[in-house]
Design a protein around this ligand. Structure first.
Ligand SMILES: Nc1ncnc2c1ncn2[C@@H]1O[C@H](COP(=O)(O)OP(=O)(O)OP(=O)(O)O)[C@@H](O)[C@H]1O
Length: 311
C-alpha cells in the first residue's frame, strides 16, 4: 500500500436523525489534486473529520497510507490538514503560532520560516494572527499543514475568503504540491477554481459518492457532441452536413448547430462542398455545468425559483 493515499471505505455516521455519511467510499491518489465537491450538508467536512480521527464513524474505515490516523506515529509528517482557518490563538503572531506547533512536533524554526515563505506570509508573519483577513488565515493554515512536509494534504475550502490574486496563487500552489507527488484532497464550492487546478473529482451528495471521475472525462461527457458553425450560407451548410450524415438546425441568423459529426469532419465536409464558414466550434461544458447536471437530485437545501408577484 502506497504511503501516499487516502482510502475511505463504507463510512456511515448519523447525528441524531440526520444521516451524515451513508456508505462514503473513495480513494485519493498521489500526483494530482482531487476535488471533493457536493452541495451543503453532503458530508464533506464530516468525512474529513473522520479521516483525521476527530469524529468516529459507526461503520467503515478511513486510512492514510494504509493506516488509521490514530495509529500514525508522527502524524504531521504523514498528513497535513486545514479544516478550520479560524482555529488559532488571536493574540499570537503567525510565526509564533507555527513555532509552537513545530516545537510540539520536534521541528525547528528553520522549517517554520520555509513554510511561511512558501505561502507568501513572510512580510506579515510577525503580526498577530487575530488581525489576519480570512485569506491570510487560509495561508497560515496551509503553512501549518505543510510543516511536517507530509505526502498527503487535506484542505477544507481553502479558496474561501481569498481575493482574486490569492485564488490564482492557490490554484498554482495546489497544482505544484500535487506535481511533487503528494495526494491532495480539496473541498470547495468554487467550480471555476477547481476546473483550473483539479485533475480528479469526487462528487458527493447525501453522504455518499455520486461520481468519481477525472475532470477531463466529466467535461467531455457533459459537453455532448454539439458543434456550432458560423456561416453566411446557412441553408447550403445544413444541406451539405445533413447529406454527410449529421443532424443540423439553424439556431441564429448566421449559426447552425450540428450533432453527429466531429468538428474536424465538419470542417472537411464544408470545405469539400465549397460552403463558406467563419467558425466551427465544439461545445465545451464548464465544470460548473457538468456538476449541476450531476447533483440536481442530491441538493438538500435549494431555493425555489423566484416567482413574480402580481398585484
Ligand atoms: N456536529 C454535528 N451535529 C449535528 N449534525 C451535524 C454535525 N456535523 C454535521 N452534521 C450534519 O451532517 C450532515 C453533513 O454535514 P457536513 O458538514 O459534513 O457537510 P458538508 O458537505 O461539509 O457541507 P458544507 O458544504 O455546507 O460545508 C449535515 O446534514 C449536517 O447538518
Amino acid at each position: 500500500m502506497s504511503n501516499t493515499t487516502i482510502e475511505v471505505a463504507g463510512l456511515r455516521k448519523r447525528f441524531g436523525q440526520t444521516v451524515a455519511l451513508d456508505g462514503m467510499t473513495f480513494t485519493v491518489n498521489p500526483g494530482k489534486v482531487t476535488a471533493f465537491v457536493g452541495p451543503n450538508g453532503a458530508g464533506k467536512s464530516t468525512t474529513m473529520r473522520v479521516i483525521l480521527g476527530l469524529d468516529a464513524a459507526e461503520a467503515g474505515h478511513a486510512l492514510i497510507g494504509g493506516r488509521p490516523y490514530r495509529s500514525l506515529r508522527h502524524p504531521l509528517t504523514r498528513v497535513g490538514a486545514l479544516l478550520d482557518a479560524g482555529a488559532l490563538q488571536p493574540s499570537r503572531t503567525a510565526r509564533n503560532h507555527l513555532l509552537w506547533l513545530a516545537h510540539s512536533h520536534g521541528l525547528g524554526a528553520g522549517r517554520v520560516d520555509e513554510v511561511i515563505a512558501e505561502v507568501g506570509l513572510a512580510k506579515a508573519s510577525r503580526r498577530k494572527a487575530g488581525g489576519y483577513s480570512l485569506g491570510m488565515r487560509q495561508r497560515l493554515g496551509i503553512a501549518a499543514a505543510l510543516l511536517g512536509d507530509p505526502p498527503v494534504l487535506m484542505l477544507d475550502e481553502p479558496f474561501n475568503g481569498m481575493d482574486p490574486e490569492g485564488i490564482v496563487w492557490m490554484r498554482g500552489f495546489l497544482r505544484a504540491l500535487a506535481a511533487q507527488g503528494r495526494a491532495v484532497l480539496v473541498s470547495s464550492h468554487l467550480m471555476s477554481e477547481l476546473q483550473e487546478s483539479a485533475g480528479h473529482l469526487v462528487v458527493v451528495g447525501r453522504g455518499k459518492v455520486i461520481a468519481d471521475t477525472s475532470v477531463a472525462d466529466l467535461i467531455a461527457s457533459a459537453s455532448g457532441d454539439r458543434v456550432t458553425v458560423r456561416t453566411s450560407a446557412r441553408w447550403d451548410a445544413m444541406t451539405t452536413l445533413t447529406n454527410a450524415g449529421a443532424t443540423a438546425s439553424a439556431t441564429g441568423d448566421d449559426t447552425v448547430t450540428v450533432s453527429g459529426l466531429p468538428a474536424e469532419r465538419i470542417v472537411a465536409v464544408l470545405g469539400q462542398g465549397n460552403v463558406p464558414f467563419s467558425e466551427v466550434s465544439a461545445h465545451q461544458a464548464t465544470l460548473e455545468e457538468a456538476y449541476m447536471n450531476l447533483t440536481r437530485d442530491a441538493v438538500e437545501y435549494r431555493a425555489e425559483p423566484a416567482t413574480e408577484i402580481v398585484r
